[in-house]
Write a protein that binds this ligand. Structure first.
Ligand code: ZN
Length: 95
């Protein structure tokens, strides 16, 4: 038996899930809350408000936003999909 176990792209745990298309990283409640707050405070162009938000934090959030909106081929384990689904339901359902 020399079969190499697949690894989850997000948490690096071994997984026997097949290759499919996923975002490059999982949704995170922390960042979703931040973006929600920015939008409330600065409107839909919050990403232009580096001076108000702070460049470091804005860069961090924009990087996250890019990761979760970039789709690639990979393996994501059941646990991660489950967590992702919960955050998705919480934050994306009302859009
Ligand atoms: Zn995982």
């Amino acid at each position: 038996m020399s079969e190499i176990k697949n690894k989850c792209q997000w948490c690096e745990n071994e997984s026997d899930m097949p290759y499919t298309y996923h975002a490059m990283g999982p949704l995170q409640e922390k960042y979703e809350l931040l973006m929600q707050g920015f939008e409330k405070k600065y409107g839909s162009k919050w990403y232009d408000k580096g001076a108000e938000i702070g460049k470091e934090l804005l860069d961090d959030v924009l990087f996250y936003d890019q990761i979760v909106n970039t789709v690639g081929r990979g393996i994501v384990c059941v646990d991660c999909l489950d967590k992702d689904d919960k955050v998705y339901t919480k934050f994306k359902n009302n859009e």
